[in-house]
Design a protein around this ligand. Structure first.
Ligand SMILES: Cc1cc2nc3c(=O)[nH]c(=O)nc-3n(C[C@H](O)[C@H](O)[C@H](O)COP(=O)(O)OP(=O)(O)OC[C@H]3O[C@@H](n4cnc5c(N)ncnc54)[C@H](O)[C@@H]3O)c2cc1C
Length: 231
């Protein structure tokens, strides 16, 4: 039977916790050093506030989820090239840590959020348009290119979405009318975030058109502008 006093037990517990905290800090620092070795110090962050910002995407997830998963990443890294991404993945495999790629973080259901910490790869720096082929209606872009950037490309292609998970799901449920209502929410939805954010849409799969041509864009100046969702 242990004869240790309550104080001795408490002190041992505290020492153990301190040691574990120190070990974790050393490990995080070693990871940080390796990451800056790949992309440089200005494109790696282990700042607590910044990591918290990357622990959710468009919407906050229920608090209960935070209890079961480590949604705050250990580091946020912003690569600029495929070669850097490749090096980062090699490191993650060596270290046995997970990597979560992130674009605009606009999917609202936690897709770009870690579940066991690790690295969030913020790809917004990789936003170049690599190739535009108007004849074949093709455009090749880096992973972080936004639709706005593609819309603003002088050698513009008219783009068409020929598949949409929502259109397919609502059609299967024989509920296109409800689906169309969701499409029509895109413009007022983004507009509610900022008065200059808009969504232009003249064709939708949901209403039976062969493609959708919706485009989110930033409107010049202030005001409501024209709402072009088709009747
Ligand atoms: C207002 C609004 C309207 C929308 N309307 C539609 C719609 O009509 N039809 C529809 O289908 N969707 C719709 N969406 C969903 C939208 O398509 C997704 O939010 C968007 O495609 C996610 O892009 P993102 O760059 O923000 O990705 P994120 O939210 O950053 O990531 C989404 C997922 O993709 C992964 N990912 C990101 N980048 C990469 C990469 N380079 N390589 C591998 N994996 C990666 C992430 O890990 C995550 O799992 C809508 C969203 C909003 C906000």
């Amino acid at each position: 039977m242990s004869t240790d006093s309550k104080e001795e037990k408490q002190s041992r517990k505290e020492k153990k916790a301190k040691k574990e905290k120190q070990k974790k800090a050393e490990k995080t620092h070693a990871l940080y050093e390796k990451l800056i070795g790949i992309v440089g110090p200005s494109r790696v962050s282990t700042d607590r506030l910044e990591r918290l910002l990357y622990s959710h995407d468009l919407a906050s997830l229920p608090k209960e989820i935070e209890m079961g998963f480590k949604m705050v990443p250990d580091a946020v890294v912003r690569p600029r090239s495929a070669a850097e991404v490749s090096e980062l993945f090699k490191l993650a495999i060596e270290e046995g840590i997970s990597v979560v790629p992130r674009g605009g973080g606009s999917w609202g259901l936690g897709g770009a959020v870690p579940i066991e910490g690790g690295i969030v790869l913020d790809l917004t720096n990789m936003n170049r348009i690599l190739r535009v082929d108007p004849e074949n209606m093709e455009v090749e872009v880096e992973a972080g290119a936004t639709w706005e950037k593609v819309c603003d490309e002088p050698n513009k292609v008219e783009y068409r979405f020929t598949r949409c998970m929502w259109a397919e799901a609502f059609r299967e449920l024989d509920a296109d009318d409800i689906g169309s209502w969701i499409c029509e929410g895109d413009d007022p939805g983004v507009h509610a975030y900022h008065p200059r954010l808009r969504c232009r849409m003249t064709k939708t799969l949901m209403k039976g058109d062969p493609y959708c041509d919706h485009c989110f864009y930033v409107q010049e100046g202030e005001g409501m502008g024209e709402h072009t969702v088709p009747e």
